[in-house]
Design a binder for this molecule. Structure first.
Ligand SMILES: C[S@@+](CC[C@H](N)C(=O)[O-])C[C@H]1O[C@@H](n2cnc3c(N)ncnc32)[C@H](O)[C@@H]1O
Length: 354
């Protein structure tokens, strides 16, 4: 896996969506006055810059193209903000987004989806009260074994290290629940951490996934065996998960099931929890509200006030506005705890006082 910490790896967390990912950003974008001999977006832009430098073209900052570029940069800034959530960056970001909104209203670009996205982001940032200082998230120096690193993953190194650290240092009683393991990379990090935890006792990691292959998943692996397997849309990939997680089998309980949101039509049991108290729950199924509500219905009765840690892996992803709003609406029960340098965000559960 390419090990560029900030660009490539961050792109993993931020693009690990449940929806399909398209790999052709330039397709369909038309830049007026540009020779389209250059077929990539980067090629078009480079040529435009050369033309402006040479004086053969003029850069109109009010053109639709220029507004689009600023929106793209602002989207990147939002993504960057949610990766780190540095309190000092918020005012600047809000200022830029408000200015962009008024530019958008004055421009010829009429795009309700973009306007709504920026408005929602502004609304969220305005309502997000100045966060109390969070506890330092560990995991940056966490060593991942070769066994773990060989497993295909949708997560960046920062998240993987954080998961291992969380399981290694957890002192609260209860099991670990993981929702969305895919090939088992995150599971292996948890298992490796748990196996090094002096307070491990007989804790288990309960892994939930439909293990149903989707074609967009192929974008997240360079594993030769998996790429060659020709696994098809809708087929089970349980055997790959079992293979990859074999060294940690004694710590894992696998539940092949689906979350009952009504959206899925798999011939699989509906996800259920009959276990005891939960020490840590990692939510990485999806970024829609219904999935998060369904997770809450099933698992929150087994959370312990002041103790259970709930991690939303997709929290900082651009399309994860519904996750952020879900956490905001539950702010009396979900107290921000850790912000690893990735899309993930962890909360401590506390019983809401009526
Ligand atoms: C983002 S991936 C998880 C990535 C993984 N944690 C890793 O380490 O690479 C999401 C996983 O959740 C599963 N999933 C998504 N929605 C689900 C649902 N409603 N019920 C069961 N599994 C689901 C998918 O099959 C997929 O394996």
């Amino acid at each position: 896996m390419a090990d560029k910490p900030d660009a490539c790896q961050a792109a993993k967390d931020t693009t690990a969506q449940t929806a399909a990912c398209t790999a052709e950003p330039a397709a369909g974008i038309i830049f007026h006055g540009l020779s389209l001999q250059e077929t990539t977006l980067a090629g078009c832009l480079r040529r435009q810059i050369h033309d402006v430098i040479d004086g053969s073209s003029f850069f109109d900052r009010y053109s639709v193209e220029a507004v689009c570029m600023r929106i793209l940069l602002a989207t990147g800034a939002i993504q960057e903000y949610f990766r780190e959530e540095r309190p000092n960056d918020k005012a600047h970001l809000l200022h830029d987004l408000r200015r962009l909104l008024s530019e958008l209203e004055e421009s010829e670009l009429r795009d309700a989806k973009i306007a709504d996205f920026i408005k929602d982001s502004v609304r969220y940032l305005e309502a997000d009260a100045a966060p109390a200082p969070l506890e330092a998230a560990g995991g940056e120096g966490e060593e991942l074994s070769e066994l773990v690193r060989r497993i295909p993953t949708m997560l960046c190194n920062e998240t993987l290290g954080y998961y291992k650290w969380l399981a290694r240092t957890c002192v609260e009683p209860g099991d670990i629940v993981e929702l969305g393991s895919w090939m088992g990379s995150s599971t292996a990090c948890l298992a490796e951490g748990l196996s090094q935890n002096p307070n491990r006792k007989d804790r288990k990691i309960h892994v939930y996934d439909s293990f149903i292959w989707r074609n967009w998943m192929k974008a997240y692996t360079e594993d030769a065996e998996l790429l060659a397997s020709n696994i098809r849309e809708g087929e089970s990939f349980t055997r790959y998960f079992c293979n990859y997680s074999e060294p940690f089998r004694h710590l894992i309980e696998v539940h092949q099931s689906v979350l009952g949101t009504g959206a899925d039509h798999f011939a699989l049991p509906t996800l259920d929890w009959e276990g005891g108290r939960i020490a840590i729950l990692l939510m990485d199924f999806a970024h829609d509200r219904a999935s998060n509500e369904a997770m809450w219905r099933v698992f929150s009765p087994s959370f312990r006030s002041g103790s259970t840690i709930v991690v939303f892996n997709q929290f900082g992803n651009i399309p994860a506005g519904e996750v952020r709003n879900f956490c905001k609406d539950k702010r009396r029960e979900l107290v921000p705890l850790h912000k690893p340098r990735s899309s993930a965000k962890a909360f401590r559960y506390q019983r809401a006082i009526a």
